[in-house]
Design a protein. Structure first.
Lengths: 204, 241
């Protein structure tokens, strides 16, 4: 069942996954994937901003003069990020504390500006919503995978629960090099599989 | 709107202004809704911090004291801590709570310090504000996990740990025992990968105590300690975090 609507959503999950394929938004990807909990919080916050800004930008795409579209995108995105920040501060202070500076930095997450420019400013609101949701979920699962690898190896825990008694975690995995190492290896596996699949298709 | 109008500078300015205006209005509205929540959380956090640094105090036993060093100086505030609620006549002062700050790796670290009545023994510390690197310096507020994954299914029955291990090690220490030894402080276990944050927390504690003693005239922090506290600035601290 490949209706265009479901494709708008599902393309963000795998085919054009923002992290693993487009390699966008790498700053939060590398920075907040030290624990799965932070990764989920970041993914939810970014998805909310992505969906809302996509819809608003899509709705206003016919009124905003093209020459000032980028500043308008930034204002819309920054507004939603500030909303997320205030709401988080008021209702989930623990998460707000642990994400710290990376909440305001969602403003400069290039996935959000990228989708606004590449998709929402040219497509109707419904499709933009699905696109934002798909990209957000794609960003989310990529973050969770990376965070799982790093939290398990670097901290010996998953979602704050210890896994193996007596396991000495490798600190490097929660340090910045660990982020590059795990992301590089994951990207390597994905690309290797893709190349292999493509080759099989051509020979078949 | 036709295309010629759309490209006029006036339209651009008006549209951009309109977008900003709407965004501002939306933010104002959200702020109105969340303001009380944010304030309540902050008050709650402050109270929690005070109780954490003085576990034996009464929850209503914190008296805010304001000291003015001179006519136009900034007032300094600290808490007197009592074992019973403030309106209880039988209450006895068991110590003080004061606040100190120091710059860490990427943020100013604010620490609430509880002191016994002698003004020297620390009853506990609580880091109330920091924006250090998540996963590294931010671990100064991390509570050590004692639960294994199978405890989700089979509860361990153990009391969950609530105090961050890093802050726990300051309990019952005297301020004068916090002396510099090599790159770190004597008897302070550093947070892995975050020496700068570790040292900044100790400096914030020393800052809290020395400003408190200065303001209340309880005498200076031991000369040796305060000297080492100011001697090395951020320059000697630029190791890797």
């Amino acid at each position: 069942m490949s209706t265009p609507a479901s494709q708008e959503f599902s393309k963000g999950l795998a085919k054009t996954n923002p992290v693993f394929v487009l390699l966008l938004g790498l700053c939060p990807t590398l920075a907040v994937t030290t624990t799965v909990r932070d990764a989920v919080g970041m993914a939810v916050a970014a998805t909310f901003v992505l969906v809302c800004s996509n819809v608003i930008i899509s709705l206003t795409r016919n009124f905003i003069p093209p020459r000032v579209r980028i500043p308008c995108f930034i204002v819309v995105i920054a507004t939603f990020v500030t909303i997320v920040e205030l709401v988080m501060q008021a209702y989930v202070p623990m998460l707000y504390k642990s994400l710290g500076i990376f909440v305001p930095l969602i403003v400069v997450n290039c996935i959000i500006l990228g989708r606004a420019e590449a998709f929402a400013s040219k497509n109707p609101p419904g499709a933009s919503l699905l696109d934002g949701l798909g990209m957000g979920v794609g960003f989310g699962w990529a973050l969770v995978i990376l965070a799982t690898v790093r939290e398990v190896l670097g901290n010996g825990t998953f979602l704050g629960y210890k896994l193996i008694p007596g396991f000495q975690p490798a600190l490097i995995m929660i340090l910045p090099p660990g982020a590059f190492l795990s992301l590089g290896i994951i990207l390597g596996i994905i690309n290797w599989r893709r190349v292999r699949r493509a080759r099989r298709r051509t020979t078949a | 709107m036709n295309d010629t109008l759309k490209d006029k500078p006036v339209t651009l300015v008006v549209m951009l202004g309109l977008v900003c205006l709407l965004a501002g209005a939306a933010l104002g509205l959200v702020y109105l809704v969340t303001e009380s929540g944010i304030n309540a959380r902050e008050a709650e956090a402050k109270r929690d911090a005070l109780l954490r640094v003085h576990p034996s105090a009464s929850p209503d036993g914190f008296k805010l004291v304001e000291v003015k060093p001179d006519e136009d100086g900034e007032p300094y505030t600290y808490y007197e801590v009592y074992d019973k609620p403030l309106d209880d006549k039988m209450k006895k002062r068991i110590g003080y709570a004061c606040e100190g700050r120091a710059h860490g790796y990427s943020s100013t670290i604010v620490v609430t310090v509880g002191l016994k009545d002698d003004g020297d023994t620390i009853t506990g510390i609580s880091i109330t504000a920091q924006q250090e690197t998540p996963g590294l310096g931010a671990n100064c507020q991390k509570v050590e996990s004692t639960e294994y994954i199978w405890h989700i299914v089979v509860p361990s029955g153990a009391e969950p740990e609530t105090e961050p291990w890093f802050q726990k090690q300051f309990r019952e220490r005297t301020v004068d025992s916090l002396v510099r030894e090599g790159k770190t402080y004597k008897g302070v276990n550093a947070i892995s990968g975050a020496t700068i944050t570790t040292n900044a927390v100790v400096r914030a504690v020393l800052d809290a105590v020395s400003t408190f003693r200065e303001a209340t005239g309880m005498g200076d922090v031991d000369a040796a300690t305060s000297a080492t506290a100011t001697e090395w600035t951020d320059e000697s601290e630029r190791e890797s975090e």
